[in-house]
Design a protein around this ligand. Structure first.
Ligand code: PCD
Length: 785
């Protein structure tokens, strides 16, 4: 148990300010928004994965006494809204006009007086489909003769989306050609879903008199959404207000713009009333942004004594029916090219081919800064596969190859510059905490044929904080973020930021950054976010970018205010500004500590009749836009211990040691909470979670009965450790951490299970390692999903 006494004036453990409303059930989520006269929308979805639409008959639904409007693709076509842009510069059907391309695709939208009537009326819509063969396996999508999914696109004659690569292919091939040892392994990162507890939804309210659209929507990126609506609908931005209220988890699922949002807007325009649309659980799992679905073939070249020389990987990326991934434009495979991970090597190359399949669009960065989870998993699996082949201890193999502290800033073979790190120290700490030698001794003492135990290690490096405007934009919007800080006369402050909390505790940590810089207690700093009318422009919260970008903006804007305060203090104390020294919360005269003014006194004076020097404006406020010079590179070392019952294949996670380094921690308690959540996520993906399809493209996992989420039952009591290697370019030395554990933990769990299965000669098996899957692997029949 953590005890928290006084809230710190700055960094430190502090209970989350927002919890006062959350634990009392007083949060305001989008489904809590109820406007006078509000109507309810529901989406009719395709039962087929691939079918031509022959006809849609909406007459019976229109005749339903409580129905106000029925909208189809044809209605939208007339408004030029049947298709919308995706965040990857593809197009996506809002409501299908010609064909349906995945099971669960949006076909029609009913607006009714209540949500039950809206749902009932869906059943009155008669759609005639002509089923087509479906492409379900991404590895078959480019086969000659495979049905072409996107025949709506001019010039698209197959299911190919992009080819993309990074690294030096020739140099890599040359190392492979001369390597003593080469191992190759097919590794699948299966399709999983972020599955936030709160599903996606919106309330659209178009005011025909003022021409203003107000959109309550649980988006992770309110400003980016507003700009896209402006571009699509031709409305000026000041006539659109996006309000993202309290959000019940995002995890990347709430980054894209979904057809339901656009339908709610159209519904409001058509009916003249506010329209609410909330999806249910199955809709969320079936049709909104899934994650991963990367088919990878990794190869590692090494010396016989275990020095890794090169890494090479080919990927088939399944993007579903519309390319709806979200990542900086230049990088269609996201940041997958950090796949060399934490290791020193001569060369590396990755080649990624993106394909369409008849599955829901997505590939969102689920707790993953754009495909880093896939990359970290691949390299950590490959290192264990190499250890298996060389019969080396996986900890020793990692120690031998980890980047050394003196190599930072480290230019990676695929173009990154890792900012800072001390990797061996983090791994050693994790091994010590776990008691690695004793665990290996326990394992060695086990009699053959009995219960199995395995020890799995993973070491990860992330690249978070997208990103420098020079390299990074989404739909042409640079990834810089604004911040505004205003100190009231009484010394209380309001901070306005562009990023959007979904449970991370921004209202607390951003107040703590201001507190650290200005000495104003965090309880006196109000953090305003999630409303485009009230906050400066910025690209939102995902890819653990808030601390690296917006956290930096907050520190910078607070420092600007501190400088303004210095000018005011100099007028108050009648000394030169250069003769003032800062201590937290106060400017004082150098050499005479007793002569000083607190930030609160200065705030009042700045609003008073005090005469200020030439060129110094009154009031205590500032704005800034922060364009990060580089990403931040958090890292960590994880050790997982599992027990496996060879009779049933049941895996139990006995222990999990996680050492994370995210640079300076603003609120260590929040950081630990973030890590706990991510570790649970990792256990879920490693052992339980899979969005599966049959060969016709029917989605088999569209409920929590099939799509299993981890609970406390599956999780051990986490053992956390930390090292602190500040980011040299971040104003407060912080790196992002929100996704670290989700990125790092799946490989530790999988490596542990495969370590346990070693006596059976199993080198690799794909996630999720369900009991059936593990049992089959033991029988020598590993299955591919
Ligand atoms: N921190 C501190 N320190 C440091 C770092 C950090 O303190 N060094 C903290 C902050 O402030 C915050 C948190 O922690 O509060 C986090 O952060 P970051 O890392 O920066 O992150 P952000 O941006 O804020 O967030 C985001 C993330 C993500 S991305 C995800 S997935 C997830 C995470 O976050 N999600 C979530 N976490 C979480 N939590 C919760 N509760 N919920 C949610 O939803 Mo993506 O891309 O979207 O997929």
């Amino acid at each position: 148990m953590t005890t928290v006494e006084q809230p710190p004036i700055g960094f430190g453990r502090m209970h989350r300010k927002e919890d006062a409303r959350f634990v009392r059930g007083r949060g305001t989520y989008v489904d809590d928004v109820n406007l006078p006269g509000m109507l309810h929308g529901a989406v009719l979805r395709s039962p087929f994965a691939h079918a031509r639409i022959v006809s849609i008959d909406t007459a019976a639904a229109q005749a339903h006494p409580r129905v106000k409007a029925v909208i189809t693709g044809q209605t939208l076509d007339g408004l030029k809204l049947a298709w919308m842009p995706t965040l990857s510069q593809d197009t996506q059907a809002v409501l299908a006009t010609d064909k349906v391309r995945f099971q669960g695709q949006e076909v029609a939208f009913v607006v009714a007086e209540d949500r039950y009537a809206a749902r009932d009326a869906l059943e009155l819509i008669d759609v005639e489909y002509e089923p087509l063969p479906a492409v379900v396996d991404a590895r078959r999508a480019l086969d000659p003769g495979a049905p072409v999914i996107r025949d709506d696109k001019d010039g698209q004659t197959d299911n190919h989306i992009f080819d993309w690569g990074a690294g030096d292919e020739a140099a890599t091939d040359a190392v492979f050609a001369s390597a003593e040892v080469v191992v190759a392994q097919d590794v699948l990162y299966p399709r999983v879903h972020p599955a936030p507890l709160e599903t996606c939804g919106a309330v659209a309210d178009f005011d025909a008199v003022t021409g203003k659209l107000t959109m309550w929507c649980n988006t992770q990126a309110p400003h980016a959404h507003r700009t896209v609506y402006a571009l699509v609908a031709g409305l000026p931005e000041h006539k659109i207000r996006v309000i993202s209220p309290d959000v019940g988890g995002g995890f990347g699922n709430k980054v894209p713009i979904y057809p339901g949002y656009v339908c709610a807007v159209v519904g409001s325009i058509v009916t003249g009333k506010p329209v609410k649309w909330m999806e249910d659980r199955s809709e969320n799992l079936m049709s909104t942004g899934f994650a991963r679905d990367f088919h990878m073939r990794g190869e590692v070249a090494a010396t016989r004594d275990g020095k890794i020389r090169a890494l090479r990987v080919k990927v088939i990326a399944d993007h579903g029916a519309f390319n709806g991934t979200a990542q900086p434009t230049k990088f269609p495979a996201g940041f997958f090219h950090v796949f060399t991970g934490s290791y020193d090597m001569e060369a590396a190359h990755c080649a990624v081919t993106g394909v369409y399949t008849n599955k829901a669009p997505g590939g969102v960065a689920y707790a993953c800064s754009f495909r880093i989870t896939e990359a970290a998993y691949l390299v950590e699996r490959m290192v264990d596969v190499l250890a298996y082949e060389l019969e080396m201890d996986p900890a020793e193999l990692r120690m031998k190859n980890l980047l050394r502290p003196e190599q930072f800033p480290y230019p990676s073979p695929t173009g990154w510059e890792y900012d800072s790190g001390d990797y061996p120290r983090a791994l050693q700490l994790a091994l010590d905490m776990a008691g690695y030698a004793e665990l290996r001794a326990e394992q060695a003492a086990r009699p053959p044929g009995g219960p199995l135990m395995g020890i799995g290690i993973s070491f990860f490096t992330e690249a978070v904080g997208a990103g420098p405007r020079k390299h990074m934009d989404i739909l042409g919007l640079g990834m810089a973020d604004g911040a505004e800080l205003r100190v009231h006369p009484t010394g209380k402050a309001v901070l306005r930021i562009s990023v959007q909390s979904q449970g991370q505790g921004h209202e607390t940590t951003y107040a703590q950054i201001v507190a650290e810089e200005l000495g104003i207690p965090p309880d006196d700093v109000e953090v305003v976010h999630g409303d485009t009318d009230q906050t400066p422009f910025g690209l939102g919260t995902y890819g653990s970018r808030s601390t690296p970008v917006s956290g930096a903006a907050t520190a910078v804007v607070a420092r600007k205010v501190r400088e303004r305060a210095r000018q005011v203090a100099s007028a108050m104390l009648e000394v030169d500004p250069g003769d003032l020294e800062w201590e937290k919360g106060r400017w004082y005269v150098r050499g005479d500590q007793s002569q000083g003014r607190t930030i609160q006194e200065i705030a009042l004076a700045s609003h008073s009749s005090l005469e200020l020097p030439e060129g110094v404006e009154g009031h205590l406020d500032a704005t800034t836009v922060y364009n990060p010079p580089n990403l931040t590179f958090p890292f960590g070392a994880y050790v997982c211990v599992v027990d496996v019952d060879p009779g049933t294949g049941q895996v139990k996670v006995r222990r999990f040691v996680a050492v994370d380094d995210c640079g300076v921690r603003i609120n260590p308690m929040i950081v630990e909470g973030q890590v706990h959540g991510g570790l649970a996520d990792g256990i879920g993906m490693a052992l339980m979670e899979l969005i599966a399809f049959d060969e016709d493209g029917n989605c088999l996992g569209a409920s929590f009965m099939d799509y299993l989420l981890p609970t406390a039952m599956e999780c051990p009591s986490w053992e956390l450790g930390e090292t602190v290697t500040p980011s040299p370019h971040h104003p407060i030395g912080a790196k992002g951490v929100g996704e670290s554990a989700t990125v790092g933990s799946p490989a530790a769990v999988v490596n542990a299970v495969l370590d346990a299965l070693k006596p059976y000669g199993v080198r690799h098996a794909d996630m999720p390692l369900t009991p059936a899957h593990v049992w089959r692997a033991i029988q020598g029949r590993p299955i591919r999903t």
